[in-house]
Design a protein around this ligand. Structure first.
Ligand SMILES: C[S@@+](CC[C@H](N)C(=O)[O-])C[C@H]1O[C@@H](n2cnc3c(N)ncnc32)[C@H](O)[C@@H]1O
Length: 266
């Protein structure tokens, strides 16, 4: 009959406690297993990924937007840094983020450039939104240079949008550059962009809002709303549809209520 196998009694080095020796053994075992465990973990992750992929294959896929180029350019003129309060700089930077997202997600995109990008506005981006450095130029470009540096030589191919003119922007044409003031001023700097455009000799036009819909309050819209309208104009057949899609519902609703009560919408 064979003798039962006996465990070999461990030899604990002299001067080492039993618990220290056990700890050391655990560490050695862990080291020896580490690579094995790493491979196991990797395989598990791969299996989870594969099963997720299989599951998602049954679900309808979200269509990736294949964008078309509108053929015209939009410039956001940010030369008004010194005229804004700190909170207005924050609001302007948030609006630029919105415009970037809009120019990525809608079926048509425009060539979109932010000029005079510097001072507090750039500082805000550098510190709070540093990932803007990776934004694709086909969705938004930034330059510290002035508006004039990106305009076509022939200013008749440019239009500065402003609420302060009677000229109406009827259509958007390929090859044209449309300029939007990049400023939040809560009505403090009336005629600012109109005067700048007149000084530079750039034609000015306003959006035909009153001609198509009733809105309450001021007809001066936020920069990002105007940029969104320029991005989305080709998506719709008429300005009316563009305005109804972009102008905040509360502005349109309130106007309807006021009109019912016979009040002025101004
Ligand atoms: C908040 S507004 C700035 C108002 C500023 N006081 C000014 O002088 O234009 C932002 C920009 O959106 C554009 N904008 C706003 N409302 C508009 C309208 N009704 N028609 C055309 N452009 C408009 C203008 O380019 C304007 O500079």
């Amino acid at each position: 009959m064979e003798k039962p196998e006996h465990r070999v009694k461990p030899v604990i080095p002299e001067g080492m406690s039993k618990s220290a020796w056990k700890k050391e053994q655990r560490r050695l075992r862990w080291d020896a297993n580490r690579d094995k465990m790493r491979i196991q973990r990797k395989e598990k992750r791969k299996a989870v990924k594969e099963s997720r992929k299989l599951k998602n294959a049954d679900k309808p896929k979200k269509d990736k937007v294949v964008q078309q180029d509108s053929g015209y350019s939009v410039v956001v003129d940010c030369a008004f840094d010194d005229m804004m309060l700190d909170k207005e700089i924050v609001s302007t930077s948030n609006q630029l983020v919105t415009s970037y997202a809009d120019n990525k997600k809608y079926p048509y995109r425009v060539d979109l450039t932010v000029t005079s990008f510097g001072k507090r506005l750039k500082e805000r981006f550098d510190t709070v939104l540093p990932h803007y450095a990776n934004w694709k130029p086909e969705h938004m470009k930034f330059t510290p240079e002035s508006l004039e540096s990106v305009l076509p030589e022939d200013y008749s191919k440019a239009v500065y949008l402003t609420a302060d003119t009677d000229e109406i922007l009827e259509t958007l044409e390929p090859g044209m550059t449309y300029i939007v003031g990049g400023i939040v001023d809560k009505g403090r700097h009336k005629l600012l962009c109109k005067k700048k455009a007149d000084e530079l000799g750039i034609p000015t036009k306003r959006l035909p809002i009153d001609e198509y819909i009733k809105i309450s309050g001021r007809r001066v819209l936020a920069t990002s709303h105007v940029v969104e309208m320029l991005i989305r104009r080709n998506e719709f057949d008429s300005w009316k549809e563009v305005f109804e899609s972009v102008i905040p519902l509360r502005k349109v609703k309130k106007a309807a209520e006021e009109t019912e009560e016979g009040e002025e919408t101004e």
